[in-house]
Every structure is written in structure tokens, then in C-alpha cells.
Design a protein around this ligand. Structure first.
Ligand code: CAA
Length: 379
């Protein structure tokens, strides 16, 4: 792998950095406090091409590689992880699967506006009783000939209210277990589809996480992605790529907290010296930077393998497992370096510490990543 980023990749990184500083930083504390979805900011992210970065330009995408995507994810996550999870879900869990497995009609109708950021998508797998154990889907999609009758509840859905298009995983034939599951494209406004309660979360509070209820929703067969029974494989292969996005998000939260701590250590004096002159702080900074660099190498490796068309399942799970672990440590240290200021809202690091936790839970918990890694090792 070449560690020298191309001019295009550097330009994407700079554009994401500039956007995060100028558009996401102002108001990020208020959006967190008020649980306000960054609607205007996400709209601008769409206009700048951040919502469908890897999609072919013929479907309104940016035609970029996964390395560019993780660079942008890292920069945006440094400032606002609520905006970056919206971006990650739209790019990796919605656009990617539609482009890879959707029909031309589905791409024309749904992928084009999603990749342009004109509308937002959501990926609906988790249920009240099926989180990690994803094959135990209770949501049913009964085959009624030219449509599916969708019934059930989905939980903890990112972009739950702001989305217009939802990819819903549901069971059609229980006897076939995971081979009886389908992935259906559901539009907001379809009769019987109701957006449920918004979750009051510990972190990523600007992200709108909702439950969704489906009661006798008629979903046309034309909205099924792939062959009958392909839904679980669809979900798993989509999540493989999604995990690179979340790993990059964790990396970004960690580097955002580290940069703030580094800056603060050069401004604040204690015992007559800047914090950065105390070895206790220097060693903390050294550990933080080393962990971040190691996480970045794992994230880039996974992105690189994906771009090369190689098997990246293990690399993606390793990147997510590791980046989501070190971000807990790095954000905690960043709060510690800030002392009392780190515990109050205006210094940002307490929010980054709260935002960090979810990266060990969504798109597969750390325990699930260990299952994925060990299965790949023992294959
Ligand atoms: N890639 C591709 N296919 C995979 C796969 C992977 N990583 N993992 C499993 N599969 C396939 C298997 O090959 C198998 O298919 P075949 O029978 O055709 O070979 C099928 O899926 C079932 O696999 P298993 O028998 O291994 O199933 P299992 O029940 O033992 O375990 C699991 C599967 C890996 C634990 C899976 O349930 C899993 O990944 N769970 C976590 C779910 C998850 O990540 N949820 C996140 C929710 S989405 C989210 O958070 C989005 C958001 O809003 C931010």
C-alpha cells in the first residue's frame, strides 16, 4: 500500500476539514444539548458530494475510492459525529448496497437522489429482540404475489425520521431461516409505515435515532433488492463495508479529542510550566498519538483492500474493533488532560467522550467484531 495520498485524496481531506470547521463546529454544542438533527449541514454535505462519495458519477455519486471516504469521515467526525453517522449510513449502508445489488429502476429512482444528498436513507436491521443476533428477524414480509405485506418494528434506526428511503430487512419464510430473509426498499409515506419515538441518547445526540413501525405496509415486489431470500447476505455484505465507515468515525472522534488536548496542553500552565512540559502529560499524548496512528493504519488497510477488490471482511472488523476501543481511551485521556474544563460542555471533549461509546455498539458490537475476525481466522 502506498501511504502517499494522491492530490485528489488530499483535496477531499482538506475540503472535509474546511467544511467541518466552518459549517459543523458552530452550533455543535447546541445541537447536542437540544438533540437537534443537523439538517442544513447535511444538506450542504450533499451539495459538496459527501453523501454518495463512492457511487458512480452516472448515478450522481462522486466516483471516489474508499480511502477518500475514510479521510472525509475522519475529518467530519473530529467535529460532529452526529453528522458523520448520517453520512456513513447514507454512503455505506444505503448507497453502496443499492449500487451493488439494486436494479436499474431502483438506482434511477432511489440511488440518484440519495447519492446527490437530495434525500437521506436509513438501514433497518435491528429489532427490539434482534440486535447482535440478526438472523432472528421478527419483522415479516409476507409474499402476496406482486407485493410484500410488511409487519413489525425496527429499533435504533439512524436517520429514522430524517430519511425518505428505508432499506428494511424482513423475514419472508421462517422455515428457511436466514435464507428466507428479504431486503425491501420502503418509502416514507407508504400507508401503514409510522416513525416511532426518538431515542434520548448518551451521545451522538444530534443524530435522529428512532423506532419504526410497519403495519400491513404493501411494498411492491419491484422494491426487493436481489433475488428472493438474498436479504440476509445483502445485510451482512453491506455491514462489512459499513464497519469501515464506523471505524473511520471512531478514528475521527479520537483524533479530534487528541488535537484539542494537544492544543490545551500548550496553553494551560500548572506548577509554573505548561502542561505539555510535564512528563505525565507528554506520556499521555504519546500514547494517544500512537493509538490513533495504529487505528488509522487499520482503517486505511481495510479501505485499501476494499478498493483493490480483495477480501476486506477481517480487516474491516479489526479496524472497527480497534478504533472503537482506542477512542474510549483517547477521549477519556483528553478529558483528563483538560481537568475540570474537560468535564464541561464548552470544551468539546466531554461530548466526544460520550459520542465515542456508540462506536463499540452499532454496526456490530465489539463482541460481534471478534466473532467475525475469529471466523475469518479459522475458516
Ligand atoms: N459477510 C458476508 N456474509 C456473512 C457474514 C459477513 N461478515 N457473516 C455471516 N455471513 C453469512 C454467512 O455466510 C451465512 O450465509 P450462508 O449460509 O449462505 O453461508 C449467513 O450470513 C448466516 O451466517 P451465520 O450462520 O454465521 O449466522 P450467525 O447467526 O451465526 O451469525 C452474525 C451472524 C455474524 C453474528 C450476524 O448476525 C451479525 O453480523 N450480527 C451483528 C448485526 C449487526 O451488525 N447489527 C448492526 C445493526 S445496523 C446499524 O447499526 C446501522 C446503524 O443505524 C448505524
Amino acid at each position: 500500500m502506498n501511504f502517499q495520498l494522491s492530490e485528489e485524496q488530499l483535496a477531499v481531506q482538506q475540503a472535509a476539514r474546511d467544511f467541518a470547521q466552518s459549517e459543523l463546529l458552530p452550533g455543535v454544542i447546541e445541537r447536542d444539548a437540544e438533540q437537534k438533527f443537523p439538517a442544513e449541514q447535511v444538506k450542504k454535505m450533499g451539495e459538496l458530494g459527501f453523501m454518495g462519495m463512492m457511487v458512480d458519477p452516472k448515478y450522481n455519486g462522486g466516483g471516489m475510492d474508499t480511502i477518500s471516504y475514510v479521510l472525509a469521515m475522519e475529518e467530519i467526525s473530529k467535529i460532529d459525529a452526529s453528522a458523520s453517522v448520517c453520512m456513513s449510513v447514507n454512503n455505506s449502508l444505503v448507497c453502496w448496497g443499492l449500487e451493488k445489488y439494486g436494479t436499474e429502476e431502483q438506482k434511477e429512482k432511489y440511488l440518484k437522489p440519495l447519492a446527490a444528498g437530495k434525500i437521506i436513507g436509513a438501514f433497518c436491521l435491528s429489532e427490539p429482540e434482534a440486535g447482535s443476533d440478526a438472523t432472528s428477524q421478527r419483522t415479516s414480509a409476507e409474499d402476496k404475489g406482486d407485493y410484500y405485506l410488511l409487519n413489525g418494528t425496527k429499533n435504533w434506526i439512524t436517520n429514522g425520521n430524517s430519511a425518505s428511503v428505508y432499506i428494511v430487512i424482513a423475514q419472508t419464510d421462517v422455515a428457511k431461516r436466514h435464507k428466507g430473509i428479504n431486503a425491501l426498499i420502503v418509502e416514507k409515506g407508504m400507508p401503514g409505515f409510522v416513525v416511532g419515538k426518538k431515542e434520548d441518547k448518551m451521545g451522538i445526540r444530534g443524530s435522529d435515532t428512532h423506532s419504526l413501525m410497519f403495519t400491513d405496509v404493501k411494498v411492491p415486489k419491484a422494491n426487493r433488492i436481489g433475488e428472493d431470500g438474498f436479504g440476509f447476505t445483502f445485510a451482512m455484505s453491506t455491514l462489512n463495508g459499513g464497519r469501515i465507515g464506523i471505524a473511520a468515525q471512531a478514528l475521527g472522534i479520537a483524533s479530534g479529542a487528541y488535537e484539542l488536548a494537544l492544543k490545551y496542553s500548550k496553553e494551560r500552565k500548572a506548577f509554573g510550566h505548561y502542561l505539555s512540559e510535564h512528563q505525565a502529560i507528554q506520556f499521555k499524548l504519546a500514547d494517544m498519538a500512537t493509538k490513533i496512528d495504529a487505528a488509522r493504519l487499520l482503517v486505511w488497510q481495510a479501505a485499501y483492500l476494499k478498493d483493490q477488490g480483495k477480501n476486506f471482511v477481517k480487516a474491516a472488523a479489526q479496524a472497527k474493533l480497534y478504533a472503537s476501543q482506542i477512542v474510549q481511551e483517547v477521549t477519556t485521556d483528553a478529558v483528563q488532560i483538560h481537568g475540570g474544563y474537560g468535564y464541561v460542555k464548552e470544551f468539546h471533549v466531554e461530548r466526544l467522550m460520550r459520542d465515542a461509546k456508540i462506536t463499540q455498539i452499532y454496526e456490530g458490537t465489539s463482541e460481534i467484531q471478534k466473532m467475525v475476525i475469529s471466523r475469518e481466522l479459522l475458516r
